[in-house]
Design a protein around this ligand. Structure first.
Ligand SMILES: Cc1cc2nc3c(=O)[nH]c(=O)nc-3n(C[C@H](O)[C@H](O)[C@H](O)COP(=O)(O)O)c2cc1C
Length: 318
């Protein structure tokens, strides 16, 4: 059997599959539909310091090639997370990564600090696609501010990997990727959703109450793949920063593309709404693929994409 295990800055996972934050609840919501023990890691919904009701409905709209959501970070908040969700997360049959969001430096650091000593949190993923309450500017789209935020957060999470989740809604994602690494990110995950909208032509109004939302699913896969490839080749390969790729992964072939482009881990989100067993199928498909290709370890495939002008890789594999 090929070795599918990966190492994300010290966080060892049995295989590369993860759930995308916000698409799989906090813990066991999908337990009847997917084998959680076969996940590389489970990633929780974003947690904020305070409980949030989120945006008014309509918050989700289906489009032909994916999904538009404007949930507005509805979540139970830190206190209820610790009281109600952590006892469940302790029973998870796979490592848990807690996704944290915030609207100020203090909110981020206070919430992340609570995760440092938490036995069931193997790592933290930072959702930086949130506006700062002070000036409305999004943390993840301003390199200077992003670097400062990551540095502050890293101080309160000295003993666990910090994953910074990049927004694709920027001019050049390699600039924010560099800023996050300079701030102290151990791992980068990419990408979050793309800002988009849908219009009800009969009512002549936006279909989402929030007007705009985040597009996810098959429509964004080729763009997400390109961004992973760019960040890998321009930044992550040189700094040795592992990447978690996501955006429209539906099949093991999609996952294999992300790995070839440079992703060590692969997360699955919108596809779960169609088939919650997708991560389990991705594991089986990747294993068969490696076996057929005569590749012993998945990690040998990370970034193995041959670009025009590249030197052939010094591995025995094709
Ligand atoms: C309904 C929904 C809710 C989401 N909520 C969050 C969230 O709370 N925090 C976060 O970091 N990303 C959130 N995301 C973004 C996903 O984690 C992921 O980055 C994105 O959907 C791309 O992957 P996919 O195409 O496989 O869904 C959400 C996505 C969806 C569809």
């Amino acid at each position: 059997m090929p070795d599918l295990s990966i190492n994300l800055a010290g966080l060892k996972l049995a295989n590369p599959t993860m759930t995308c934050s916000g698409t799989c609840g906090y813990a066991f919501e999908y337990a009847d539909f997917m084998d959680l023990s076969q996940l590389g890691a489970f990633v929780t919904k974003s947690i904020t310091r305070e409980e949030r009701r989120g945006n008014e409905p309509t918050r989700i709209v289906e489009t032909r090639a994916g999904m538009l959501n404007a949930i507005g970070l509805a979540n139970v908040g830190l206190k209820r997370f610790l009281d109600e969700k952590v006892p469940q997360l302790r029973k998870m049959p796979c490592p848990v990564i807690v996704n944290v969001a915030g609207h100020s430096f203090d909110e981020y650091t206070e919430t992340v600090a609570a995760m440092n000593g938490l036995d069931c949190a193997a790592g933290v993923e930072l959702n930086v696609s949130c506006p700062n309450v002070k000036d409305g500017l999004t943390f993840g789209t301003h390199p200077g501010r992003l670097k400062e935020l990551v540095a502050e957060v890293k101080k309160v999470l000295p003993s666990k990997p910090l994953i910074v989740k990049l927004s694709p809604n920027v001019e050049d994602i390699t600039v924010t990727a560099k800023a996050a690494i300079e701030g102290g990110a151990d791992v980068l995950s990419l990408v979050n959703t793309f800002t988009a909208m849908a219009i009800d032509i009969h009512k002549k109004r936006p279909r989402l109450a929030n007007v705009t939302g985040g597009l996810s699913g098959p429509a964004i896969k080729p763009i997400a793949l390109h961004l992973v490839s760019r960040v890998y080749r321009t930044v992550a390969k040189h700094t040795g920063t592992p990447l978690i790729g996501m955006g429209g992964v539906q099949t093991w072939q999609d996952a294999a593309e992300f790995v070839l482009a440079g992703a060590t881990g692969v997360s699955i989100g919108t596809a779960l709404f169609v088939d919650p067993a997708t991560p389990n199928k991705v594991v089986t498909g990747l294993s068969d693929y490696l076996q057929k290709q005569g590749i012993e370890r998945l990690t040998d495939l990370v970034g193995a994409l041959q670009m025009p002008g590249d030197e052939p890789r010094k591995t025995p594999y094709p």
